[in-house]
Design a protein around this ligand. Structure first.
Ligand SMILES: C[S@@+](CC[C@H](N)C(=O)[O-])C[C@H]1O[C@@H](n2cnc3c(N)ncnc32)[C@H](O)[C@@H]1O
Length: 311
């Protein structure tokens, strides 16, 4: 069987099984192609185009059998393909991934290589915090995009940090990326020129409706209270203390963006548009965060009076 025939056949099997996608792979065709690459031992590249796919390659019996095994596992277990292959791609870079961390797929992938220009002056960025770092994909891509900066990557999951540590070593970035294990800003004392954060922002209703594949990922990566804003609001409130005078914070608010804008209607969010959505990533300057502080405190007091500290 030729490579392309195997891809078409596998895609049909995946489609017929009614799987869900979006965890690093777009659709059945995308997954089938990656399965065929993995089974044939070919090096996958993020710069793949139709011209360099080995359509006519004659597959060995071994490769055909591996394709069948992976496809069967994907369908029978509803395990996301990235976890089966132990590989994910983010911003054109390959990362090790397993069930201990969410599969990289943030909207940040479009903006990190462009250094958030024109809002961020890359020359001024020496210190970066990757809050909620998961597998470390964003912190690592930031270290690559800002070669003169050091990065602190933080998460409250020690499992995720183990995955991040492995990825940081794979990229040889141990000298420039440190890890912190803590709840939100716990254990962090310095200020940063740039904070990037892809936090949990899935509302309770949306979480209950997630397809089986998404339930294979750590739920702490998704759940953020009734409306998806529990983490973001508290983090925004605290973040002013961790930004340098001209610091900038960029946050993915995804499906919680509309509620966030509704609640903080006078905060001048800069929405960074992405290929698939206009309002999923926002940027704020340190001064804007400090100005919004009282409004956020009032909002948090209404939502959960016990949770707010006024220092
Ligand atoms: C949506 S994932 C993002 C992971 C990674 N940045 C990425 O884009 O693939 C959110 C991450 O936040 C972490 N997290 C959840 N609650 C946290 C908290 N209170 N403090 C620190 N990290 C938290 C989770 O463990 C998870 O790794």
């Amino acid at each position: 069987m030729r490579f392309s025939e195997a891809v078409v056949r596998t895609a049909r099997q995946l489609e017929a099984a009614g799987l869900s996608y979006g965890q690093g792979f777009q659709d059945a065709d995308d997954e089938a192609l990656r399965i065929a690459y993995a089974a044939s031992g070919l090096e996958f590249s993020a710069c793949l185009s139709d011209d360099n796919i080995p359509h006519e390659l004659l597959l060995t019996d071994d490769a055909i059998s591996i394709i069948a095994t992976i496809t069967h596992e994907r369908i029978a277990s509803r395990q996301p393909l990235a976890y089966i292959l132990k590989e994910a791609w983010f911003s054109g870079n390959r990362f090790y991934i397993d069930e201990r961390a969410i599969i990289p797929r943030s909207y940040f992938s479009e903006w990190i290589p462009d250094q958030f220009q024109p809002w961020v002056d890359p020359v001024q960025v020496r210190t970066i915090l990757d809050m909620c770092c998961g597998s470390g994909c964003m912190g690592i891509c930031c270290a690559l995009a800002f070669p003169d900066a050091v990065v602190l990557a933080s998460d409250n999951s020690s499992d995720a940090l183990d995955v991040a540590s492995r990825n940081i070593s794979d990229y040889g970035l141990q000298q420039r990326i440190r890890l912190n294990h803590g709840n939100m800003f716990e254990g962090i004392e310095e200020r940063f020129d740039l904070i990037v954060c892809n936090p949990p922002y899935v509302s309770a209703d949306r979480f209950m409706a997630l397809p089986p594949e998404y339930c294979k990922e750590p739920d702490v990566a998704f759940r953020a209270g009734a409306d998806g804003l529990d983490f973001i609001l508290e983090m925004l409130l605290e973040s002013g203390k961790y930004l340098t005078a001209n610091g900038i914070i960029v946050v993915e608010s995804g499906t919680a963006s509309a509620k966030l804008e509704e609640f903080l209607d006078d905060v001048p969010f800069v929405w960074l548009s992405t290929e698939f959505d206009e309002k999923v990533l926002f940027l704020l300057e340190a001064d804007q965060i400090r100005t919004a502080r009282n409004k956020i405190i009032r909002l948090l007091e209404i939502r959960n009076p016990a949770s707010v500290s006024s220092d």
